[in-house]
Ligand binder design. Structure first.
Ligand code: ZN
Length: 276
């Protein structure tokens, strides 16, 4: 018998979007079979399902639920739109509570043509509006800063400094999700990760890679090791800041979604051990 390879997947978490072709049932079965211990659930996989039963199903399969993805998108051109966003975030909080997810990842939002400073004001106001409901249900909110290429429509929060500044306005229910894809280029990253840790707000750590060239602004993320992000260095900064949570693999890729997902999952696990 060959020696059993050293494998430790105790901190590996997969986002369901990473294996987008799979339903939640399918992902649950395959992740568990592969020895993955945790999952971040995207809301699209819960449509039409009993959310509480889905949470139980995942836990029964040995998967702990790290986060529900995603809430946010607070800015809107008018008051009605902003209220709709607040209502939707309250539903998202209820869903997280029913699922048993301790945290929601927030893509904060932006409105094309609206000044970014105004969008940031609306994001802060939206967070303040939903925070009592989050606290009442025990669900934490993690602000995920997005790469500035998404500043037009997806998020006016584009650096870790902006996310830290925003999170610092709120209590311990609001923190930050650090995603290497969005932040790797920032020369203030190490210092802001340290600051995030000091603030007690380093809630989540997401990994993938930045392919060069990147051919699609949204759906061409790389598997760890395929691109230019110094993954080990950033993980070192995150752990130096006190983070001991899950390392969440979040890859959107038309190219990789077209491949055999069982084989892709095997590649993710190998890349996790080798590069992350
Ligand atoms: Zn992310």
């Amino acid at each position: 018998m060959p020696a059993t390879p050293l494998t430790d997947f105790s901190r590996l978490c997969l986002h369901t979007i990473t294996t987008k072709p799979w339903s939640l049932d399918h992902a649950c079965k395959e992740y568990a079979r592969a020895g993955v211990k945790s999952i971040s659930v995207w809301r699209d996989t819960l449509v039409g399902r009993d959310v509480a039963a889905s949470g139980k199903q995942l836990r029964d399969a040995g998967l702990s639920i790290v986060s529900l993805v995603r809430g946010g998108f607070f800015p809107a051109a008018d008051e009605i739109g902003r209220q709709k966003a607040i209502d939707e975030n309250r539903r998202c909080i209820d869903e997280a509570a029913a699922l048993g997810a301790p945290m929601i990842v927030l893509v904060c939002g932006a409105v094309a043509g609206q000044p970014l400073a105004e969008s940031r004001r609306q994001i802060a106001a939206g967070l303040a509006a939903v925070l009592p409901h989050a606290k009442a249900t025990g669900v934490k909110l993690a602000i995920e800063p997005l790469h500035p290429m998404y500043a037009d429509t997806r998020s006016a929060i584009n650096t870790l400094k902006q996310a830290n500044d925003l999170a610092a306005q709120f209590d311990s229910s609001v923190g930050v999700a650090v995603d290497v894809y969005h932040l790797w280029w920032d020369d203030q990253l190490q210092a802001e990760i340290a600051r995030c840790g000091k603030l007690g707000k380093l809630f989540a750590y997401h990994v993938c890679d930045w392919r060069s060239p990147t051919v699609d602004m949204l759906n061409d993320r790389g598997l760890m090791g395929e691109g230019v992000i110094p993954l080990r260095e950033i993980r070192g900064w995150v752990e130096a800041a006190g983070f001991t949570g899950f390392i969440e693999v979040e890859i959107f890729s038309h190219r990789l979604w077209q491949t055999d997902q069982v084989e892709f999952l095997r590649q993710i696990q190998a890349a996790y051990l080798r590069h992350t």
